[in-house]
Design a protein around this ligand. Structure first.
Ligand code: CAA
Length: 265
């Protein structure tokens, strides 16, 4: 089987250390902007990651010193004509973001610089966001005559509330990492976003993988339904965890005052 870090893409790099895969969007000359090729490479890389049973957590970050991802590639916008092309571009980006947000393993954005437009939308598709102290985040699309098209109008208000999301989108302003932390847009601010993201991934990897995956499913499906519907989903998935070997192991480990060793079964 091909090792993940042997895969060769032009604009995406994957490094794997044990159960943690790091996907780096690597076009620093364009601040890692998402052109069509890069989006397609991210989709292919994520597909390979899903199939690799060794990978228990994914970190997404940006190559170079300045940016996580500075948005969709504006230099390709000249080719867009009319409603149909615009809709196709949005759907293509949304598909990739959906693919990431649906992964059964934890996904952490290590925001090491600018996360703007489609770049912030990529970070919003992750489960947890870690920003470096110098990061700048925003959805500047209205300043280009656009609206966010890779999920920003939907995921941002679900994360930080309608009022804050509308403020950010309508002003098109960039926020610094400390303000992003205060509004719940990022979970952590650290000197080195990647190092902190690894720490967070390691903490998640200590827990039972099936439970971790089902938590993601419960939260994701629950956000799209009523409280009552969400509680039903939770009960169903709770029932599934009780049927796992890892649940027996977790309880036995607790009662015998030893660390649990989960097998993902
Ligand atoms: N698309 C294409 N190229 C980009 C880019 C983008 N989104 N962002 C930066 N670049 C390129 C610049 O054109 C420049 O290339 P050249 O050296 O060839 O001129 C290079 O990256 C370095 O950028 P700057 O010289 O502009 O760097 P800076 O430090 O002066 O500014 C910045 C940094 C504030 C992030 C600025 O680059 C910027 O504003 N970028 C655009 C951000 C943006 O508007 N993103 C939203 C895109 S629309 C979108 O994403 C729609 C959607 O919802 C899907």
């Amino acid at each position: 089987m091909t090792q993940l870090d042997e895969l060769e893409f032009d604009n995406v790099q994957i490094d794997q250390h044990g159960p943690i895969a790091v996907l780096t969007v690597n076009r620093p000359r364009a601040l890692n902007a998402l052109n069509a090729d890069t989006l397609s490479e991210i989709a292919q890389a994520v597909n390979m990651i899903i199939e690799d049973a060794e990978v228990g957590a994914l970190i997404i970050t940006g190559g170079g010193e300045k940016a996580f991802v500075a948005g969709a590639d504006i230099s390709e916008f000249g080719d867009l004509e009319g409603v149909y092309d615009g809709r196709e571009l949005a759907l293509a980006g949304q598909d990739v973001m959906h693919q990431i947000s649906s992964l059964p393993i934890p996904v952490i954005a290590a925001i090491n610089g600018y996360a703007l437009g489609g770049g912030l939308e990529l970070a919003l598709a992750c489960d947890v966001r870690v920003a470096s102290a110098g990061a700048r985040l925003g959805l500047p699309e209205t300043g280009l005559g656009l609206i966010p098209g890779f999920g920003g109008t939907q995921r941002l208000p679900r994360l930080i509330g309608t009022g804050r999301a509308l403020d950010l989108i309508l002003t098109a302003r960039q926020v610094r990492a400390d303000e992003a932390l205060a509004m719940g847009l990022v979970n952590y601010v650290a000197d080195n976003a990647l190092t902190k993201a690894r720490e967070v991934a390691e903490a998640m990897l200590k827990n039972a993988p099936i439970a971790v995956s089902l938590v993601k499913e419960a939260v994701r499906r629950g956000m799209d339904t009523t409280l009552e519907g969400g509680l039903e989903i939770e009960a169903d998935l709770f029932g599934m965890t009780v049927a796992t070997k890892d649940f027996r192991e977790g309880v036995d480990a607790f009662l015998n005052k030893r660390p649990a060793e989960f097998q993902g079964e």
